[in-house]
Design a protein around this ligand. Structure first.
Ligand SMILES: C[S@@+](CC[C@H](N)C(=O)[O-])C[C@H]1O[C@@H](n2cnc3c(N)ncnc32)[C@H](O)[C@@H]1O
Length: 239
């Protein structure tokens, strides 16, 4: 039984898809960084977990990977992605990363792009990814930067509220954040967790950390020139 996540609180897959197409930070920072990290994909079996309407798939398919498989647990996302990529050689299905994945030791790379901050049970999600990766397979994660992104900018909260009225939430705590993405804005629910949580959970679930990246935008008129919008984690399935 597929659980419907509450990622899109007030919107549709169509509206979400339209807003991504116009998202300059995604198009000019997130996407190029992922493609640079992947480099050559012709020999790779790639799985995208939480593919949404297929924003990343659209670019990956042009690079001709050996095999491209994707899933999402929101039915309307999968329906939309399938309608766009019908003619392409991509297998797209409804599956829940926090439940069960039907593959074992099959993928060279798993992509979890802007996904884990939406998952309640990260340990289960990472265990499932570990099982589907080949030995030494690669996991590329991107999450909203825990220090800076959205309403999780604790420095802003503290500055705005003053020392007499500190915010209820602390950086170190796991907490639910209601947030807006895209333009026009779409309301979403996500989980804030500190960076150390992700790193330690990856290690607990059998991954080695190969590197992290905090790329910034190249236009000084943007806030993201000064602070990084995303945290990229490059991990490898351990022995
Ligand atoms: C912000 S979107 C990102 C989509 C795509 N990865 C991209 O970067 O364009 C996150 C997606 O993850 C999906 N998602 C959230 N929790 C999931 C879970 N437990 N299993 C599978 N998909 C999930 C949501 O439905 C949503 O489509």
């Amino acid at each position: 039984m597929i659980k419907i996540n509450s990622f899109l609180l007030d919107s549709s897959a169509d509206k979400y898809d339209n807003s991504l197409a116009k998202d300059i930070i995604r198009n000019e920072l997130l996407l190029p960084e992922i493609l640079t990290m992947l480099n050559k994909v012709e020999d790779l079996n790639i799985l995208e977990a939480g593919c949404g309407t297929g924003y990343i798939l659209k670019h990956l398919i042009k690079l001709n990977p050996k095999r491209l498989v994707a899933f999402d647990n929101l039915e309307q996302m999968v329906t939309k992605a399938k309608s766009i990529y019908q003619a392409e050689n991509i297998q797209i299905q409804i599956l829940d990363l926090e439940d069960y994945l039907p593959w074992r030791n099959e993928f060279d790379v798993v992509l979890g792009i802007m996904l884990l901050h939406l998952c309640k049970n990260i340990e289960k999600a990472l265990d499932n990814i570990n099982k589907v990766l080949k030995p030494h397979g690669r996991l590329i994660i991107v999450i909203p930067h825990p220090c800076y992104h959205f309403d999780t900018s604790f420095l802003d909260q503290i500055k705005n509220s003053g020392l007499n009225k500190l915010p209820n939430d602390r950086y170190a705590n796991e907490n639910i954040v209601h947030n807006q993405i895209g333009n026009p804005p779409i309301n979403i629910k996500m989980y804030h967790r500190p960076t150390e949580f992700y790193i330690n959970m990856l290690i607990k679930c059998g991954f080695k950390i190969k590197g992290i990246k905090e790329p910034v935008f190249n236009k000084s008129s943007s806030i993201w020139y000064f602070i990084p919008p995303f945290l990229f984690i490059d991990a490898e399935k351990g022995d």
